[in-house]
Structures are given as structure tokens and as C-alpha cells.
Ligand binder design. Sequence first.
Ligand code: GLY
Ligand code: MN
Ligand code: MN
Length: 444
Amino acid sequence: MSLAASRHYADHIATLQARTATALERGGFDHLVVPSGTLHYQVFDDRDYPYAVNPQFKHWLPLTRNPGSWLVATPGEKPKLVYLQPRDYWHVVPEAPSGYWVGHFDIVVIRKPEDALQHLPKNASRCAILGEPQSALGNYGAYKPNNPQAVIDYLEYHRAYKTPYEVDMMREASRRAVRAHRAAERAFRAGASEFGIHLAYCQAAGQDANELPYHNIVALNEHGAVLHYTELDRLPPKPVRSFLVDAGASHGGYAADITRTYATDTGGEFQALVDAVDKVQREDIGRRFRAGNDYRQIHLYAHLALSNVLRDFGIIKISSEEAVANGVSSVFFPHGIGHGIGLQVHDVAGFAASDSGGTIAKPDGHPYLRLTRMLEPGMVVTNEPGIYFIDMLLEDLKTKGQGDAVDWNRVEAFRPYGGVRIEDDIVVTDGDPINLTRDAFAGS
Ligand code: GLY
Ligand code: MN
Ligand code: MN
């Protein structure tokens, strides 16, 4: 790790310590205690589910495979890591602590999960313990997560503002994801099935499905119209017309979330639609990702910009303004323009009015928008407009008596291609936004 990067990590820890001090003050506690989490088992079975680390834990440490460990942060003291390294010959156990983060913690290694208890602050009632109920320790789970709302509200609200270390992590996640997106496009052009493309993606990312930040969406033809299509057909359709891939990668616990859409026929009308959505994504919508702008307004603006595309392609017959006002645009663009991203692909506190609670409402008629906050420097958010041909929503349009708004011959022409989505991850700054996704494509 470079000097600048290790300074970024030191600053990151200092930022978290400062936030923790205020959060504890708000909640009236002395210590922040965060278990990394536990393995969960399938009912009546000894098979475990893929382990998912507590995001509050990986905010401090790039450790995503260490169940049974604990972090303790006390204002004015070096943070402490109780690190579980079990004696176990059945599984590969975590390595001894090593890496750029080690020097920032007082580390105690334990061999059994219950041994953590003796290294945690003695008086549990003075601790804000953030985690899942299963992490409880002690007789009858006496030392258990209490998840005080005031502490969580403060930490989650501020988690929207990424430190330079976090942006470094997300830049690396984006590079990894883009390498895999390139491989996925090659597999698509070579005629692979959805399953084959998925395997090519994982191979190039160097991550398997459980390490990726969300289920890969690998959709050929009409499957592109299913917003969260996570089936993976084992055989390719005949013919293959289009490919929508929404897939990310992880790095140090941070996520990338990227979508691209491709046409088999690069001279055809679907390619032209992809290019048109790409252009409004980059230019008309993209230029609005600046500090001081309201994300709700960007979402509403995206409806107008996409309605212009729908009109240009002869898909809708009404004006763009009318399409937005009467909900016709939502038939073709039925999800939000995006969301915050970071330790989780859909980051927390998207509707938070302040660091002490409150909610910013979604615009009427837009129930799926996941972020309603003002953009501010340090936020990382997605920009993901789309146009889809979804039978269920198109039929509703007829039922509601709005069938005349649409040219059904044009809809029929595009239906076999499913839909288009283009998604980038954007860092809001006090100047021009940084596009982590386009930077990674340009550098790959
Ligand atoms: N990949 C899920 C999303 O774009 O929100
Ligand atoms: Mn997304
Ligand atoms: Mn996505």
C-alpha cells in the first residue's frame, strides 16, 4: 500500500473515532462495541449460509471473513480488536492479523468465540453494542446487542459521506468489476448462455457469487425486462439479440454496482436505443450529480430525459411533460434513478433527514426511489436510468385507459430485446463529479 493510501486509512480511522465520540454522547454511552457477526445455519441442518459481516464492523476494518470477532472503540483510546482465530482442523481459519490496518488497533487474539467476553468493557450497560441478536455472549446472552437508535442514526447518516480511504476502496472495486464486465461482453459476443457469461464474469472478477456485493443480473433478450433477473439459463436463446448485465465486485468490504446493455446487431435500432440512454445518462442526467442538488429532482428530471428518448424513438405519442405528469414514463422507467452505495450496495440512511432522525419523503408516485437526500461532497451514489418493455406494466396502461399514449407497433418491435439500463457509480465532490465506473472502463 502506498504512503498516500496508508495516510488515507489513518485519516479514515480518525474520522470514525470522531464520529463515534459524538454518536456515544448522543446515546449516553461510553463505548462502541461491534461484533463482526456469526455464522447462520439452515434449519434442521448443519449447513451454514454464506457469512455476511456486520457492516458496522467492516466500516473500521477490511475484514469480511472473520465471524466471532469484536471491535471496541472508546473515545480517547486506541480502538481494540478482539480477533477470533479458532483452533480448528476442519476449516481454513483466518490468518494471524496482518496488513496496513494492524497498527491502528490494540489486538487480542482469541481461540474460542466466548473468550471475547473477558476482553470487552466490563459494564455492558455503558456500551452501545451494534449487531445481530445471535452475537450475544455470556450467561443467557447477558452481553447482547442493544442497537441504540440515537447511535445508529448518527453513524448511518454520516456513513453517506465517504472518506478518501473509502473512495480508494470503491475505485478498486470498480476496476475489478469492469474487468469482469469486459469478460462478460466477450462471452456474450461468443454466444455463451447466461450461466456461461456469469461464470466468465466471476472468473475475471476473481470472486464467486458469495463474494460479489449482490446477485449478478445476466439477462439475454426479454429477460432484460425483469428488473432483478437472477435466473441463469443454462442454454442460450436462439437468436441472441441483446444482453443486459448488472454486476459488481467487492474490495475491502466496499461495493461496485455497474450495468451495461449490449446489442448483437451493433447497427440496429436497439443499439441506437442503448446509445440514446447512454447519452442522456452521461450528459443530461450525469451533469446534475453535483453538491447542492436534490436527488429527488434528479430522479424526476431523469423521467423527463427518458421520455424525450421514448418520443424520439416513436414509442410514446404524447409529450414528455405529459408522460411524466400522467405516469406513462413510469411504465418504461419503473425504478429509482439510483441509491447511495458503499459498504452495502444499497447504502443505509437514504431517506434520513438529519443525523438525529427524521425522514425525507419520496416524491408522490415514485415509491421505488431509494435516496431522497441532497447531494453533498463525499457521497457516492449511482446513476442508473433505464427503459424497459415490461408486459405487466404495459397491460396496466391499457386497463387504465392510457393505451393511446403509446405506439404499440413500436413497443412490439422493442419487446424482444427486454430493456436498457446503464449504471455508473459517482463520487460527488465540491467540483466536478468523479465517475468511478467510466474511469475504470477508460483505464481497462
Ligand atoms: N444492482 C442493483 C441495483 O442496481 O440497484
Ligand atoms: Mn444500483
Ligand atoms: Mn445495479
